[in-house]
Design a binder for this molecule. Sequence first.
Ligand SMILES: Nc1ncnc2c1ncn2[C@@H]1O[C@H](COP(=O)(O)OP(=O)(O)OP(=O)(O)O)[C@@H](O)[C@H]1O
Ligand SMILES: [Mg+2]
Length: 337
Amino acid sequence: MTNAIAVKNAAISIQDLVLELPTPNGDVRVLDGVSFDIAPGEIVGIVGESGSGKSMTALTLMRLLPPGANIVSGQLDFHGVDLSALSPRELRKIRGRRIGMIFQDPMTTLDPVVQVGAQIDEAYRIHHPKASRAEARLRTIEMLELVGVPDAARRAKQYPHQWSGGMRQRAVIAMALVNDPEVVIADEPTTALDATIQAQVLDVLVKVRDELGVAIALITHDLGLIAQFASRAVVMYAGRVLEVAGTHELFDDSRHPYTAALISSRPGSTPRGEDLVTIPGRPPAMDELPIGCPFAPRCVSPFKSEKCDKERPSLEASADGRLSACHYRNERHEVMR
Ligand SMILES: Nc1ncnc2c1ncn2[C@@H]1O[C@H](COP(=O)(O)OP(=O)(O)OP(=O)(O)O)[C@@H](O)[C@H]1O
Ligand SMILES: [Mg+2]
């Protein structure tokens, strides 16, 4: 059984992260006690409905938070180095070099008026100021070939609009990899793509992991992608981690009703012709969280009790070592299919 609790010598280790963001109604706690690890060479899926805090977790790691954001507490380690203690200068040496980031929409990363190759060259030269233009271009072509861009030397001279969506996303991945990072954070890297291209691009990420040993955080709202591409999963809800488990365990034996509900509501989880099971209600507003379990108002588990409305369960190990923030973490939570 995969040990979901702690990864020794983690590439990334997040402990009890609490983040507040300013809003017109005052500061709102959008992450509360987020903890998980990513081992070197591991693909960890981070999944949850919209607004659950997936992107804020990624942006905290990269320290790319919106103005006024406040990391109230928590430990963010990168290979044992506390990222929150680094100066902006030290952080710049890690961000984009040792930790790469891939965003959902390639056009937020690519400049439409600059040749694709030149943008990747530039990403390399920022961190390798002594490299010549020719060296940078060789590196760019090597990376484009790695991510499966055909005829890379010629295509590097084209502009983003001359590339298809799938090819642009490959370029963004090449850019994230050009400095040989140990960790890549991919925030919904394929949401803008159709299913076939999506699978091809994610295959590229798996290849990158296999060939370069890069650890990958794959952020998605699609549990199907997690099942296919990640070895472990972190399930987030209302700024909290509700379950962490190996992918097989998560699907075979969910220990949180929210995970079970997410699995049940996956497109394709019901036989053709039957209605898709949906999770009733919506996630709570972050400034109006219930006192008890944040999922309790939507929970349809037969185990649900008064305790769920009164007492907030923390992320803890079950009797058999599974991590769940449910009072009934020792129970198997049935998936409706
Ligand atoms: N700039 C901001 N200022 C204030 N609150 C914000 C800001 N950006 C996001 N939030 C809030 O932070 C919480 C977490 O948002 P986050 O973007 O991390 O969710 P997510 O899981 O990435 O969702 P999605 O699947 O839609 O990308 C949400 O409640 C959101 O409304
Ligand atoms: Mg997001």
